[in-house]
Design a protein around this ligand. Structure first.
Ligand code: CP
Length: 303
C-alpha cells in the first residue's frame, strides 16, 4: 500500500488534494463511512497525535486500536518484521511513533497496509499537514507565504517543514544555532523539490530570518529522549526564543505556530503563546481534520 513515512512521499498535487479534503472535512463534509481499522503503535508519549488519530478514524466511521507496545510482544523482543506481517493481517492502516525512522521502513517493507509516520527521529509529516492547513486558512492560500522556523533546525519538525513547504510553494527559512542546522541531505532534497520558485534557506541569524516572514514557527529545544541535554541547551538556544522582541521584526500580520507541547519561557514566551498572533489551538485542531483526510485518502474512501 501507499505509506507516509516522509513528507517527500507526497507529490505537490497529492498534498494540495489532501489539504482541500481536510478543509472540506473541517467545514462539515461527510464521506462514505469506511468501517476500517486503524492501529496506533506508539513507543513515545503523545496527546495530539494519538487522540486526533482516534477522533479522525471515529469520524470516518472506522475504529482505532491503541497498541501500547508495553503490552505487546514487541516489548519482549519479537522482531518488527514479524510483528509487521501479523498486524498486516488484522489492520487496514497503521500509524507508528518511534525513535528510529528505520523502524518505519521495516514496517513498510513487511506490511502491505499503509504505514503512517506519527513522528520519528527524522520527520513529523502528519504535523506538517495540519500546519499547512492552518497557514492556508490564515492567508487564503500557500504560494508566496514565507515561514521562518526558529529553534532546533536539526529536529524532525524542521525536516518535515522544509520538505512540506517546498512541496506547497511556501518559502522556508530555518534559523538555528550553528550546531543544530538541518541535515544537509534534507535541505538539498527540499531545494530540489522547490526548484527556483521557492526560497529554502538556513541561517544562524533569527532576527534576519523573521524579517518580512508571515509565519513564525517554533518547537521544543529538546525532544523526548533528550532530557539529559535539555538544561545545557537553554543558553545555546536563548537567542532563538520566540518573544515580543523577535516578533517585532516579523511582518505585522504574521501568525505564530507551535506544534506543542510548549515550554513557556523557553522556546516561546507566554505572551506570544497567548497573544493575538498565535494560531496554536487551530493548528492542534487541524491535526484531526488533516489526518482524517490522510486516512480517507490512503484507504480510498474519499467519495
Ligand atoms: N505535536 C504533537 O505531535 O503532539 P503529541 O506529541 O502530543 O502527539
Amino acid at each position: 500500500g501507499r505509506d507516509l513515512l516522509s513528507m517527500a512521499d507526497l507529490t505537490a498535487e497529492e498534498l494540495r488534494d489532501l489539504l482541500y479534503l481536510a478543509a472540506q472535512l473541517k467545514a462539515g463534509a461527510t464521506y462514505p463511512q469506511c468501517q476500517k481499522l486503524l492501529g496506533l503503535l506508539f513507543y513515545k508519549a503523545s496527546t495530539r497525535t494519538r487522540v486526533s488519530f482516534i477522533a479522525a478514524m471515529t469520524r470516518l466511521g472506522g475504529q482505532a486500536l491503541d497498541l501500547n507496545p508495553s503490552v505487546t510482544q514487541v516489548s519482549r523482543g519479537e522482531p518488527l518484521a514479524d510483528t509487521a506481517r501479523v498486524l498486516d493481517r488484522y489492520l487496514d492502516v497503521l500509524a507508528i511513533r518511534t525513535f528510529d525512522q528505520r523502524d518505519l521502513e521495516t514496517f513498510a517493507h513487511y506490511a502491505k497496509i499503509p504505514i503512517i509516520n506519527a513522528l520519528s527521529d527524522l520527520e513529523h509529516p502528519c504535523q506538517v499537514l495540519a500546519d499547512l492547513q492552518t497557514i492556508q486558512e490564515s492567508f487564503h492560500g500557500l504560494a508566496g507565504v514565507t515561514l521562518t522556523y526558529v529553534g532546533d533546525g536539526s529536529n524532525n519538525m524542521a525536516h518535515s517543514l522544509l520538505l512540506g513547504c517546498a512541496l506547497a510553494g511556501v518559502n522556508v527559512r530555518i534559523s538555528s544555532p550553528h550546531e543544530y542546522q538541518p541535515l544537509d541531505r534534507i535541505v538539498q532534497q527540499a531545494k530540489k523539490i522547490a526548484g527556483d520558485r521557492v526560497e529554502i534557506t538556513t541561517t544562524t541569524d533569527a532576527i534576519a530570518a523573521v524579517k518580512s516572514a508571515q509565519v513564525i514557527y517554533t518547537d521544543v529545544w529538546a525532544s523526548m529522549g533528550q532530557e539529559d541535554v535539555a538544561t545545557s541547551r537553554i543558553p545555546i538556544f536563548q537567542p532563538y526564543q520566540v518573544n515580543e522582541e523577535l516578533m517585532s521584526h516579523a511582518d505585522s500580520s504574521a501568525i505564530v505556530l507551535h506544534c506543542l507541547p510548549a515550554h513557556r519561557g523557553e522556546e516561546i514566551t507566554d505572551d506570544v503563546m497567548e497573544g493575538a498572533q498565535s494560531r496554536v489551538w487551530d493548528q492542534a485542531e487541524n491535526r484531526m481534520h488533516a489526518q482524517q483526510a490522510l486516512i480517507a485518502s490512503l484507504l480510498g474512501v474519499t467519495g
